[in-house]
Design a protein. Structure first.
Length: 326
């Protein structure tokens, strides 16, 4: 593909994000975030003017900060890098789905579709896809936090000193690749199970092309998760769903908060693992990571995780006390 065509194609895709319901910054999701921010603003401010609300919603010191500018650059650069480096390396859900369906057939034998009722098939498959997607997100997120050399790559996301809806795109390409593989694996498992149980007529209940549950999650404040706006669902609801405030706690610079609230939409995984923290239990919050992660420049964001990750590996390979060879 010619260079000009490559750039125009990928930049065109980026510009279409606000029109794509599968992207976090889809216009309707942004509107949902603004509407949810209104009661927060109304409770905290005496000046109820539109200008005051605008300043509350988009403070210049956050959206024009160095950290936020890195988020904007990473959105563009990562899109181009993934197109060049990772697209040829990604596997798709098709071989996973076919392989799993064959394994299930060998283990349990061939069966007739459990039902031909399209409503039941759509409902079961939609729920299955959402549950598996949310669970595998939690598992990979946990792994990124608990394995030291992988944490160096995930630390890029946590090194944001301020958060905006664009912070979702603040990730190292290595992490992005792992999440892309996770998505293919998850979709393959869901389709493989669905195919075995219901046959080839699988459909998902979607809104504008997005899983209905993912759509609702995004409408109800997903963009406030990465923001300065503190929105809690309350203790009871936060037992089941991760609120924007709970995710902000996850981004806390305090080490006791770093490995908590790892879930995306559902809180049940954190509750089972013992990593759930309610927003009401946190009185002070500062965003970022301790020390100097080396993410002050774009090159540092891309290269330093490799350097620091190698240091973790080098601890396991020491040649200082190796015997002399004769």
């Amino acid at each position: 593909m010619p260079v000009v065509e490559f750039f125009s194609s990928n930049i065109g895709e980026l510009l279409s994000y606000p029109l794509d319901a599968n992207k976090r910054i889809f216009g309707l999701y942004i509107v949902g975030a603004i509407l949810l921010a209104l009661p927060v603003y109304w409770r905290l401010h005496t000046d109820k003017s539109l200008k005051s609300f605008g300043k509350f919603l988009l403070p210049a010191e956050i959206y024009l900060s160095r950290s936020a500018k890195h988020d904007y650059l990473l959105l563009v650069c990562n899109k181009l890098l993934k197109a060049v480096l990772f697209a040829p390396l990604l596997f798709t859900m098709v071989p996973v789905a076919l392989g799993l369906s064959d394994i299930l057939e060998k283990l349990f034998g061939s069966i007739q579709p459990l039902t031909e009722n399209l409503t039941i098939v759509i409902a079961v498959f939609t729920v299955l896809l959402f549950i598996l997607d949310d669970l595998t997100r939690f598992i990979l997120h946990l792994v990124l936090h608990k394995i030291p050399f992988l944490w160096e790559f995930h630390k890029v996301h946590h090194s944001a000193s301020v958060m905006t809806p664009f912070t979702i795109y603040r990730s190292h390409p290595v992490e992005s690749y792992l999440y892309a593989c996770r998505m293919a694996l998850t979709q393959g498992i869901a389709v493989g199970i669905g195919y075995y149980l219901f046959g080839p007529n699988l459909k998902m209940f979607d809104v504008l092309g997005a899983n209905v549950f993912v759509f609702l999650f995004n409408v109800f404040g997903s963009n406030l998760r990465h923001s300065h706006i503190w929105l809690s669902w309350g203790d009871k609801l936060e037992n089941w769903f991760i609120s924007p405030a709970q995710h902000q706690v996850h981004h806390s610079i305090a080490k006791e908060h770093r490995d908590t609230n790892l879930g995306s939409a559902l809180a049940i995984w954190d509750r089972a693992y013992g990593s759930l923290i309610k927003a009401s239990s946190v009185s002070e919050l500062k965003i970022g990571v301790t020390g100097n992660p080396g993410h002050d420049t774009l090159m540092g964001i891309y290269l330093n995780p490799f350097k620091y990750s190698f240091r973790h590996f080098s601890k396991y390979f020491s040649f200082k006390n190796s015997p002399k060879l004769k």
